[in-house]
Design a protein. Structure first.
Length: 133
């Protein structure tokens, strides 16, 4: 799907695909049809969830932005200090956690990772000559 199913649509789209998976279904004895026995409201992986809702185009734009940030950080590795490493490690841990759980749903966590990224960016801009001021 190029454009995805739309924001907030995962919980409506997933059951259609879950009917083909045995771990989510049971055959009804009376009707002989497969029925869902459990249903997921969100994917337990942010990248997959984003791809379902935003499609290849929206997901590609988002992931390109994330890749740009980490690529920019690597290009500026010579300007890193201990605080830069700590801030970048926090952002990396958030991204790793997002691959096994849907943490971007939590606004407080999103705000925290945005602050980490902004602080990392500001930390690299800070010039050591400003200490005397």
């Amino acid at each position: 799907e190029i454009f995805g199913w739309g924001a907030g649509s995962y919980s409506w789209v997933a059951p259609v695909f879950q009917l083909s998976m045995d771990e989510f279904t049971r055959v009804d004895r009376r009707t002989g049809k497969k029925r869902l026995i459990s249903r997921t409201e969100y994917a337990h992986c942010d990248p997959w969830h984003f791809l379902v809702e935003w499609g290849a185009l929206g997901g590609g734009i988002f992931f390109a932005g994330v890749a740009w940030f980490f690529g920019w950080a690597l290009l500026n590795v010579r300007r890193w200090r201990a605080s830069s490493v700590a801030l970048l490690a926090g952002a990396l841990i958030f991204c790793a956690h997002a691959c096994v759980d849907f943490v971007s749903f939590n606004l407080a966590l999103l705000f925290s990772v945005a602050l980490l990224a902004a602080a990392f960016r500001a930390d690299l801009r800070w010039d050591g000559n400003e200490r005397s001021r």
